[in-house]
Design a protein around this ligand. Sequence first.
Ligand SMILES: Cc1cc2nc3c(=O)[nH]c(=O)nc-3n(C[C@H](O)[C@H](O)[C@H](O)COP(=O)(O)O)c2cc1C
Length: 174
Amino acid sequence: MKIAWGISGAGHLLVESVEVVERLKKKHEIKVFLSSAGEEVARIYGVLERIGDFPLVRESRQGHAFPSCGSFNLGKYDLFVISPATSNTVAKIRLGISDSLLSCCASQALKTKVPLVVVPTDSKPVVETKGPNGDVFKLYPRKVDLDHIRALKEEGVIVLEHPYEVEKILKRFL
Ligand SMILES: Cc1cc2nc3c(=O)[nH]c(=O)nc-3n(C[C@H](O)[C@H](O)[C@H](O)COP(=O)(O)O)c2cc1C
C-alpha cells in the first residue's frame, strides 16, 4: 500500500507513532509529512533523527501553498494517516482551514476521496501522557476539541485512539 503519514507537533503518542511507521516501512511504501511544530517537538522528544530516515516532506522547507499536497489529488496514496494529530490540526481539518502542511494535505485527501485516519492527542475527557523527560501528567481536553473529533467521525474520517490500531485496520483498505 502507498501510505502518507502526517506527524504534527504533539508529544503525546509521538514515539509510538514513529515505531508504527518504522514497522510499516518494511511492508509498505510510506512517506512522512512533518509539520514545523512536529519537527520541533520530535527534536525535544529525541526522535527527529529516526524520522529523518523516512522518505520525508518537511513543512519547514515548503512554500506557503504546500505543493506537496498536490500528490493527494494525483492518486499517489491509498491512505492518509495523521498520528499524532494535535488539537490544532484536528480543529483546522474539521473547520475546513488548510493553511498548514497537514491541514492542506487532509483537505486535498478528503476532496479526492483518499481515506483519512486521525489519531488525535485530545481524544477523550482525560488523557494521561508523558513529557519528554518521562514525567507522567494528565490533560483534560476541552469540549471544543471533543466536538471536533465527533464531527470528523460524522464526516467519515476514521478516528483511532492509538497509533498501534492503524496496523490492525490496514486490511480494510487492501
Ligand atoms: C513539547 C511539546 C509537546 C506538545 N504536545 C502537544 C500534544 O500532545 N497535543 C497538542 O494538541 N499540542 C501539543 N503541543 C502544541 C503544538 O505543538 C502546537 O499547538 C502547534 O502549533 C501545533 O502545530 P501543528 O498542528 O501544525 O503541528 C506541544 C508542544 C510542545 C512544545
